[in-house]
Design a protein around this ligand. Structure first.
Ligand code: HPA
Length: 272
């Protein structure tokens, strides 16, 4: 695995020598954030050695190097999901690659269903913790000791200082954000209403099909993680509507301005 990562990182350094300390993963429908990046270098996932190709609609599949203000960033526009049938090693390869490139702070963003009935579509949620409901874990198998410990601590999986930084960035821009627990499920089906009721009882505020594997791999390898969910819909059974991927992407687009402003401000403050 380390050799695969080194090869992939070497390719990126050859295309554009870089030293990003901040990495951002853009979720479904949130890819437009790349328009905010200055001095962009775009590298297609297809050209990165050992990378898988993205398949899901709304996920472009490119790595972008550039700047947000003074801060050098690397962005993953499009991610891999376990439900695509990929081994977990492939799902978290991009996360680990960001660490190989020097990233110390990882911002994970996603589209999610709102479970907490105080939420509504269009809300942005700072992830304070997660519940792994996938039945999988990217660290299963022999531990890579060079990467991190066999039994990583997950008591601050989403860094409290980063959570505070996102909250204060949003507040200073005049935006309200929610704070909540993300339940990570395998998908690709949306949940049943009974599953949503169960997730609420066990303490989840939002539900989605990504982020958890990346957060685990990032904590293992020693990156600080920050998570932001865009509530694109209320989860199954809360409102009497059918859930459609198209509508979910459209809702993410509607939140784009708020999402972009908060993310930009946060990245600037991380770099400062
Ligand atoms: N459930 C799971 N994943 C999601 C949802 C949802 O309701 N909305 C966006 N991603």
């Amino acid at each position: 695995m380390n050799e695969k990562l080194t090869t992939a990182a070497a390719h990126i350094q050859k295309v554009k020598p870089c030293n990003p300390k901040v990495g951002i993963v853009l979720g479904s429908g949130l890819g437009d954030f790349v328009n905010q990046i200055e001095n962009k270098t775009i590298i297609s996932y297809d050209d990165i050695p050992n990378f898988h190709k993205t398949t899901v609609e709304g996920h472009a599949g490119q790595l972008i190097l550039g700047n947000v203000g003074e801060t050098e960033v690397v962005i993953l526009q499009g991610r891999f999901h376990s439900y695509e049938g990929l081994p977990m090693d492939d799902v978290v390869f991009p996360t680990r690659l960001l660490s190989t490139l020097g990233v110390e702070t990882l911002i994970l963003t996603n589209a999610a269903g709102g479970i907490n009935t105080n939420y509504s579509a269009g809300d942005l949620v700072i992830i304070e913790d997660h519940i792994n409901m996938t039945g999988k874990n990217p660290l299963i198998g022999p531990n890579n000791d060079e990467m991190g410990p066999r039994f990583p601590d997950m008591s601050k999986a989403y860094d409290p200082e980063l959570r505070e930084l996102v909250q204060s960035s949003a507040k200073d821009l005049g935006y309200q954000m929610q704070t909540g627990v993300y339940a990570g499920v395998l998908g690709p089906t949306y949940e049943t209403p009974a599953e949503v009721r169960m997730l609420r009882i066990i303490g989840a505020d939002v539900v989605g099909m990504s982020t958890v594997p990346e957060c685990i791999a990032a904590n293992h390898i020693g990156m600080k993680v920050c998570g932001i969910s865009c509530v694109t819909n209320m989860a199954s059974g809360i409102e009497n509507v059918e859930l459609k991927h198209e509508d979910i992407k459209d809702e993410a687009l509607r939140v784009m301005e708020k999402f972009t402003n908060i993310l930009k401000e946060t990245v600037k403050r991380i770099g400062a």
